[in-house]
Structure formats: structure tokens, C-alpha cells
Design a protein around this ligand. Structure first.
Ligand code: HPA
Ligand code: ZN
Length: 322
């Protein structure tokens, strides 16, 4: 119908996509074969059947296993090029792409192989794309600092740092020093907070890490004072509807808080998180949310505007998109 057509064709920015989460089972098997890596699953179908998650950790275990097939610069290039082709088909004009270097350096892959492969695919795409280096929060702050220092020779190839992986038990304040260092390098700052973790993690991401956006943030609604603050500051939330349902943050899409976030005046955006694992790319996220929730064409345009407004673009670039 008409709303569906508008959702699919409107220009949009995607601000919350983990590139390792765009690795489709078919490409996992192709790269495993190319690199002589053995997988714990006998077939593409068996792997896809294992994508039945109970929470964030049950997803992360299989997501890190999938990433183990990535070894060469060409592997990182091919993965990123495949994502950007899908993004282009969804009318994504600008993408800010997360990558997890520690998932690869821990297996002996040089950080330059990771960054150069992803970055070169971005250069070759008609989609405007920038990179955000994420620290794995289940590892130590010392390891995050070492990773940032290793990445400094590639400083011109990424625009910011983020924080992902297992949230509960790993609060933002654990990473205060590495975020301060990143800030001094002129990098943009974001963090996952309030996906499974409490509203207090959103507050400490803002007050201790000084982040400029909150990734997920959907649990802010548990704290009305925090909601008022996020609205007053127009702090962007990069919401990922299909992810939230697959990881059981909400039981069903009809329970998702996206409409409530918009009604509270929050700068919510719609994103895919890990599209190969959660059942769809960014347009599938828009469609699933709009099908299950009382959202109309004015919300569609609001969400697209929010996505460009929250992007790390120069004001004149934003104006060209808005
Ligand atoms: N949350 C935390 N870590 C992640 C996610 C997520 O949604 N996706 C990939 N790493
Ligand atoms: Zn995420």
C-alpha cells in the first residue's frame, strides 16, 4: 500500500548497523570454504535454524562464531560491499557502520586488515558511509585502550567510537578513560545503553562517557525523569525494532515502545542492528514496526528526518538531505 511505498522509497540514514551482523549465512559458508575454516553447522539451513535467540547473550555467542570466517582484507570488503548494496536498495543515503575490531584481532587478524577492507568497500559504494569502532564491553578497559591505540594509524578512516556486546554487568563507567582518550582524538562518541540494561546505564553513558547518541535506549521509558531529559536535550536514540523482538526486549512487535518514544518527543530513529540475524534490513524494520504499531505517514517522515538530524554530518550536508 501507499504507506509501505513511502517507507521503502523515502531517503533515510542508517545509524545502528554492526557490519559483522550483516554477514548472511550464505556468505559465512562461502568464506569458510574460501579460508578453510570449519563451522559447527553442516549447512546454511542448519545455521539459519540456530538463529532462535532468548536474549542478547544467546545472540552474541552465535554472532561471534559467524565472524570467525573473516580473515583477509577481501573478506571484510565483500561483507561490507554486500551490506551497502542492500542499504542502497533500501534508499539508505548515509550509513554509519559499527565494526568490532577485537572480535578479529583476538584471532590474529591485524586491525589494518579489518579497517582497510571495510573502508575500501565504503569508498567504492554510492552510499555515503562512515565507520564507528566499537569496544567489546565484556572485555577490560585496558584491552579497549590497546585497541584504540592500535587503530590510531587508521584515524582518518573512522569517525567515532562505540560500545557494544554484553550490557548487563558492564556499565558505561567501566570505559570512562578510553572514551576520554577518544574524545581527545576528536572522535564522535556513542554507546549501547538501555537495551537490556537499566536507565541508569543511559544516564552514565551521557554523564560519564559524554556520548552524542544512545544506541537502543528503549528502556529509558522505565524512568520518566530521564525521558524528559532525553527529550529536552533531543538526544538521538538508534532504535532497532526487529532486534528488540528477536532478543525478547519486547515479546511481540505490538508491544514495542517506538510510538511511545515519538509521543514523548524523543529523537528516535529506526535501524537494523544485525540484519542477517534478526530477519531484515532497515526497510524491513520500518515495515514491521508500522504494521504492528499505530504509526502513520507523519511518523515515517519524522523518523527519516530524525535519522539525518542525528547523523554525524556537517550542517550543510544535513540540510541537503533534510
Ligand atoms: N547489542 C549489543 N552488542 C551487539 C549488538 C547489540 O544489539 N549487536 C552486535 N553487537
Ligand atoms: Zn547494536
Amino acid at each position: 500500500d501507499e504507506l509501505r511505498r513511502i517507507l521503502r522509497t523515502m531517503p533515510k540514514a542508517e545509524l545502528h548497523i554492526h557490519i559483522e551482523g550483516s554477514l548472511e549465512p550464505e556468505l559465512i559458508f562461502e568464506l569458510a570454504q574460501r579460508n578453510g575454516v570449519s563451522l559447527a553447522y553442516p549447512s546454511v539451513e542448519a545455521l539459519r535454524r540456530a538463529y532462535d535467540f532468548s536474549d542478547l547473550q544467546s545472540f552474541l555467542d552465535i554472532y561471534y562464531a559467524g565472524a570467525s570466517v573473516l580473515l583477509t582484507e577481501q573478506d571484510f570488503y565483500d561483507m561490507t560491499a554486500a551490506y551497502l548494496r542492500r542499504a542502497q536498495a533500501d534508499n539508505v543515503r548515509h550509513a554509519e557502520i559499527f565494526f568490532d575490531p577485537q572480535t578479529h584481532t583476538a584471532r590474529g587478524v591485524p586491525i589494518g586488515t579489518v579497517i582497510d577492507g571495510i573502508w575500501r568497500a565504503c569508498q567504492d559504494s554510492p552510499v555515503n558511509a562512515s565507520l564507528i569502532l566499537c569496544f567489546l564491553r565484556h572485555l577490560s578497559e585496558e584491552e579497549a585502550i590497546a585497541t584504540l591505540e592500535e587503530a590510531i594509524p587508521y584515524r582518518d578512516k573512522f569517525i567515532g567510537v562505540g560500545l557494544d556486546s554484553s550490557e548487563v554487568g558492564h556499565p558505561p563507567e567501566k570505559f570512562a578513560r578510553v572514551f576520554e582518550r577518544a574524545r581527545n582524538l576528536g572522535l564522535h562518541l556513542v554507546a549501547h545503553a538501555g537495551e537490556e540494561g537499566p536507565p541508569a546505564y543511559i544516564e552514565s553513558a551521557l554523564d560519564v562517557l559524554n556520548v552524542e547518541r544512545i544506541d537502543h535506549g528503549v528502556r529509558c521509558l522505565d524512568d520518566p525523569e530521564l525521558v524528559q531529559r532525553l527529550a529536552r536535550e533531543q538526544m538521538a536514540l538508534t532504535v532497532c525494532p526487529l532486534s528488540n523482538v528477536k532478543l525478547r526486549v519486547f515479546d511481540v512487535m505490538g508491544d514495542h515502545s517506538l510510538r511511545r518514544l515519538l509521543d514523548a518527543g524523543l529523537a528516535a530513529t529506526v535501524n537494523s542492528d544485525d540484519p542477517a540475524y534478526f530477519g531484515g534490513y532497515v526497510n524491513d524494520n520500518y515495515e514491521a514496526a508500522f504494521e504492528a504499531l499505530p504509526l502513520d505517514v507523519s511518523h515515517a517522515h519524522q523518523l527519516a528526518r530524525n535519522s539525518f538530524a542525528a547523523a554525524f554530518l556537517e550542517p550543510e550536508q544535513k540540510r541537503a538531505y533534510l
